[in-house]
Design a protein around this ligand. Structure first.
Ligand code: MN
Length: 330
């Protein structure tokens, strides 16, 4: 997509709000999932100091990429560190799909108020229970905090979002959020969980990423054991002439090595452009010896801390090309 097809944030006055207080030294940090001691190690390694619950750095700020809750041993402590840093002006915390899902768990469906936006299945209940226990008696306040997390970050030199940067979806959500990148109150939450609606599609692109349906009759399992009938697409590359296995975010042997038919890809899909600013995402459960970029201007910082991998940061200083020597792990 041409950058001119959607408003430049600087021109409509919103960018200042999106990167308020952040200089060019930004440390992007991937999915934490309740691994608070790893977070402390990583912040220490990055030079953030301060024992009062809100580590800070004299010249740098953090942008957290979302997914603070679920899975790990110290969900409460993770939330407190992240929120403490945000409140102290040392960090921006983006929303991940796990925070969105936690809010949706308590949001009544607009069409059937006796049900919630996120259906309460046994698999999902097993996943969310430790998070709800960690939120404790001030759960309502934490849910409100999660619902107000920004959905993306954009500065002059870099961008960040939990799963995929999609200019059209950001444009739609900016409309829903009155020119802002945050503020999913109940009515707006309900708009984003109306099946088939444009806000629902936009939230899905940003927080879960672009998906391509598998051939009919084929289905795999996601990490929670739920059936999954799609691959997670490499949204910064063109799918044309690629197989499902080649175009999947993580190249799993289980994915069919057969070409993706043109009709499986929406006609309006445009891959993230090679000349766009560097974009940082989490979400994808990357595996490997050491983190590396996915493209010259795309990096995933989720290297599976919740499955024995490292917690990962990228030390950004305004460069236009991502440098593999600038990942930091704990
Ligand atoms: Mn995620």
């Amino acid at each position: 997509m041409q950058r001119d097809e959607h408003p430049h944030p600087g021109e409509n006055g919103t960018r200042a709000a999106f990167d308020a207080g952040l200089g060019s030294g930004i440390d992007f940090i991937g999915d934490i999932h309740g691994h608070a001691s790893r977070l402390r190690d990583l912040l220490d390694r990055l030079g953030y100091r301060g024992a009062s619950g809100a580590p800070g750095h004299p010249e740098r700020s953090v942008v957290f990429l979302g997914d603070y809750v679920d899975r790990g041993p110290d969900i409460r402590e993770t939330l407190e560190i992240v929120r403490g840093m945000v409140d102290a002006g040392n960090a921006i915390a983006l929303m991940g799909n796990h925070e969105y899902n936690t809010v949706a768990w308590f949001t009544p469906r607009p069409d059937r108020p006796e049900e919630s936006c996120r259906r309460h299945t046994p698999i999902r209940r097993r996943l969310i229970t430790p998070t709800l226990d960690a939120l404790g008696t001030d759960r309502e306040e934490w849910i409100r905090w999660m619902s107000d997390l920004p959905l993306w970050f954009e500065s002059e030199h870099a961008r960040a979002v939990h799963a995929s940067w999609d200019a059209r979806s950001i444009h739609r959500l900016r409309d829903l959020l009155d020119g802002s990148n945050r503020g999913l109150d109940r009515a707006r939450m309900q708009a984003t969980c109306e099946p088939g609606s444009s806000p629902a599609h936009a939230i899905q692109q940003l927080l879960k990423g672009r998906e391509i349906p598998l051939p009919p009759g084929m289905s795999l399992r996601d990490p929670e054991g739920s059936p999954r009938g799609h691959i997670r697409a490499r949204w910064f590359e063109s799918p044309s002439g690629r197989t499902y296995r080649e175009y999947a975010f993580t190249r799993d042997e289980a994915f069919p090595d057969e070409p993706i038919p043109a009709e499986a890809v929406p006609t309006d899909f445009v891959p993230y452009g090679a000349s766009e600013p560097p974009v940082f995402v989490g979400h994808y459960w990357m595996r490997g010896e050491r983190p590396s970029r996915l493209a010259r201007n795309v990096a995933c910082l989720d290297w599976s801390v919740a499955r024995g991998g490292p917690l990962v940061a990228y030390r950004f200083d305004g460069e236009s090309e991502i440098d593999d020597s600038k990942f930091v792990t704990a």
